[in-house]
Ligand binder design. Structure first.
Ligand code: SAH
Length: 222
């Protein structure tokens, strides 16, 4: 999977590739689809949610530029696969999931896997609405949003460190672009957001960033 689908398509960060070689992706997928876990396609993870294909996970993870001591917040724990990768790349992982049964399933999966993969103990998990971030542990050096939104949630910008990076699928419900948003703070303290499309203008379709009533945060939301 890593050589053919991820490295061959341009993901270079050796730490990201190494983490993706080590993580047992099938363990994070529903039992009846584990045999397909390493294929080049998104997968259903239950409760109407999906996880991106491995390449997209690699691309977004690389864009986070993790070196090992960053505090990272993930919005949308889902299957837990993305945060498992993050826990190989840094010691401080915080993740929020809004769908209660999915949160509990993934929480107990981590409890089971912790004996074999002690790094998962570093994944702090919360049931809640990620739109508001996680004030208690803010600020974060990095934030990754794994659901689609058409504007940057202001609380997440506020919870980013002065030179922090956020990676987010940004755009209306029909299509988004994978944006790397760097919070750049000049010597006078003025903040600008520098945006780069890390997928070279190719659009993607992520599942919506929703509130606890199940409504999308995007203005044209379903
Ligand atoms: N990172 C996940 C991808 C899951 S898909 C993985 O590795 O499997 C995106 C997830 O975002 C879904 O589980 C969905 O329930 C969740 N989500 C949507 N809106 C959210 C919100 N406001 N707060 C937290 N999670 C949210």
């Amino acid at each position: 999977m890593v050589e053919k689908q991820i490295a061959a398509r341009g993901v270079k960060d050796p730490r990201v590739l190494d983490a993706m070689r080590r993580i047992p992706r099938h363990r994070f997928m529903p039992t009846d689809s584990q045999a397909r876990a390493y294929g080049d396609h998104p997968m259903a993870i239950g409760y109407g949610q999906t996880i991106s294909q491995p390449y997209m996970v690699g691309l977004m993870t690389e864009a986070l530029e993790l070196h090992g001591d960053e505090r990272i917040l993930e919005i949308g724990t889902g299957s837990g696969y993305q945060s498992a990768i993050l826990s190989h790349l840094t010691n401080y992982v915080y993740t929020i999931e809004i769908i209660e049964p999915l949160f509990h399933e993934t929480d107990s999966l981590y409890d089971q896997l912790e004996t074999r993969y002690p790094g998962y103990k570093n994944i702090h998990r919360k049931l809640g609405d990620g739109f508001y971030g996680w004030e208690k542990y803010a600020p974060f050096d990095r934030i990754i949003v794994t659901c689609a939104v058409d504007h940057l949630p202001p609380p997440l910008i506020q919870q980013l460190t002065p030179n922090g990076i956020m990676v987010v699928p940004l755009g209306p419900p029909a299509r988004q672009y994978i944006m790397k948003v760097e919070r750049v703070t000049d010597e006078k303290g003025a903040v600008t957001l520098k945006r780069t499309d890390v997928y070279n203008g190719v659009s993607v379709k992520f599942i919506p960033f929703r509130n606890d009533q199940g409504k999308s945060y995007s203005s044209q939301g379903e």
